[in-house]
Design a binder for this molecule. Structure first.
Ligand code: BEZ
Length: 241
């Protein structure tokens, strides 16, 4: 491959990184046209891709996402799906899901969030959703968390064969919102009500202070301090009434 081809290949399969501004695009969706991310300014959004309409793993994911949509909206987060299929395929698939498919006790599920048609792969390529080693013609299961300032905050990728864990997607969203609102970090497997991590000491003085402080900190060492954060306070702060 010559240099020009390499550059072209890199450009056509670019991928935003955590901390980047979410790349802009206009798209046709099952809920009308959208301008992303500007239509979602002031809200969190999860932009996710799936390989194809009328496939079983994707169908189970769409039923689950649609079932949870209200829960995500309560956390000020909109859902937006995408695949490299056309609008009429999307519409037919979503109708079939509603009319015929039951999954994990969920049935008669209407997908009300937008599903982007991306036959040109323009958006999928912009967001690195095409991973040629996995498939050159289908998007992998990518998940982009974008915050109210239009910044990419987390990215999770799954291969074609693996359905996503929706508890984890919701947990990640709430954990990032908690980190922002309370200026803390969240340890492994954190869920609301669990202790949170106090940001590491930035100086020797602060490290010393931490160890002797009367503040409600539990310091195992100068760099590892946790504190309680009440579950109701977290949920009341984050979730819409
Ligand atoms: C599925 O959604 O079932 C699927 C899609 C592409 C490859 C493998 C599975």
């Amino acid at each position: 491959m010559n240099t020009t081809e390499t550059i072209h290949e890199e450009q056509s399969f670019s991928m935003p990184r955590i901390g980047d501004k979410a790349p802009e695009f206009k798209a046709v969706t099952t809920q009308g046209d959208i301008n992303y991310p500007s239509d979602y300014k002031g809200k969190w959004s999860i932009l996710f891709s799936h390989p194809a309409d009328f496939t079983p793993v994707c169908t189970s994911e769409f039923i689950t996402f649609a079932h949870l949509e209200e829960k995500f909206e309560k956390a000020n987060c909109s859902l937006i799906g995408l695949s490299i299929d056309g609008l009429y395929s999307h519409i037919a698939w979503l109708r079939t899901i509603k009319d015929k498919i039951e999954f994990n006790g969920m049935k008669n599920i209407e997908v009300k969030f937008p599903l982007i048609e991306d036959i040109s792969m323009e958006v999928a390529k912009k967001y690195g959703m095409i991973q040629p080693g996995e498939s050159k013609t289908q998007a992998v299961r990518a998940v982009f968390f974008v915050d109210p300032n239009e910044t990419v905050r987390a990215i999770i990728y799954y291969p074609l064969s693996l359905g996503r864990n929706f508890d984890e997607l919701y947990r990640a969203l709430i954990a990032m919102q908690t980190a922002d609102k309370f200026n803390v970090a969240t340890p492994a497997d954190w869920n609301p009500g669990d202790d949170v991590i106090v940001s590491p000491a930035g100086s020797c003085g602060v490290a010393e202070e931490r160890m002797t402080s009367s503040e409600d900190l539990d310091c195992k060492d100068w760099f590892f301090c946790t504190k309680k954060l009440n579950k109701d306070l977290v949920l009341d702060t984050i979730l819409k009434k």
